[in-house]
Design a protein around this ligand. Structure first.
Ligand SMILES: C[S@@+](CC[C@H](N)C(=O)[O-])C[C@H]1O[C@@H](n2cnc3c(N)ncnc32)[C@H](O)[C@@H]1O
Length: 240
């Protein structure tokens, strides 16, 4: 039986080179945000455990959108789409690198209904996340009606049974947000690719919607969790 998903443990800068030219219908990914230089460090309390303000070690490695233009263009089919979760500090860099290379560059907003609180009330909550997106004319685009066409989606951040406990991933994305994008920007049987897959959320959303998936993750504990989640999803869907 043809494989519905293929996962790779390793560095996506190297492994992306093994992906055949014009073989991917949708690149949907959530790469490092480089937010650590803006972190004010942990907030200490006497009466409870500290609030962790640092994201992760992987976020400290400099991420340059420009490094990804040529490989993303090479592997994407002509009707393909790219959707990338993006922090405010990198929006300009994504635009600078990708806008000249595609007919259209736009963004979506994911509004989180349950963002972490800010105890000092000195600024906005981090309740919105941007998703930059790009494509060429004739791209796959599945819209039911005008209401579906808002570049806005509202859901809680990952919690409850969906949120993995072991390993806990600090930026696990909800299947609902990923599924919404996959439905709009690809068709059944299409290939979805995530070079920074974490615990495999994009892959689970892709399989649930009858798409195929290729994922890459550099951290072995997250890779193993992704493998387990995708195998479970495939067996629930009776894909093997
Ligand atoms: C923002 S998280 C993605 C989380 C994912 N959306 C999820 O729901 O689990 C980014 C992931 O990229 C991984 N990563 C960072 N650099 C990488 C690289 N060079 N190659 C592959 N994965 C990498 C990190 O280990 C981290 O799990």
């Amino acid at each position: 039986m043809e494989e519905n998903f293929k996962l790779h443990l390793g560095d996506s800068y190297k492994l992306i080179k093994q992906i055949p030219t014009a073989s991917v219908d949708l690149i949907l990914t959530d790469p490092p945000y480089n937010l650590s230089p803006y972190s004010t460090g942990n907030i200490e309390f006497t009466w409870r455990k500290d609030l962790n303000n640092d994201l992760a070690e992987w976020d400290k490695v400099e991420f340059k959108p420009a490094d990804w233009v040529s490989e993303f263009k090479r592997i994407l089919k002509p009707k393909g789409n790219i959707f990338v979760f993006c922090s405010y500090n990198l929006v300009g860099k994504w635009h600078e690198a990708f806008d000249p290379e595609f007919d259209t560059f736009q963004f979506m907003v994911w509004h989180k209904t349950n963002p972490p609180p800010k105890v000092f009330k000195a600024g906005f909550l981090n309740s919105c996340e941007l998703i930059v997106c790009m494509w060429d004319k004739g791209h796959t685009w599945n819209f039911g009606n005008q209401k579906d066409m808002h570049n806005f989606i509202e859901t809680p951040i990952c919690n409850g049974p969906e949120r993995l406990k072991d390993p806990h991933h600090p930026t696990q994305k909800p299947i609902k947000v990923l599924g919404h994008i996959i439905k709009i920007a690809s068709n059944e049987g299409d290939m979805v690719f995530d070079p920074f897959m974490g615990v495999g959320s994009t892959g689970v959303a892709a399989l649930n919607l009858g798409r195929k998936f290729i994922g890459i993750e550099i951290d072995e504990k997250y890779f193993k969790a992704a493998e387990k989640r995708l195998k479970n999803a495939a067996s629930e869907l009776k894909l093997f």
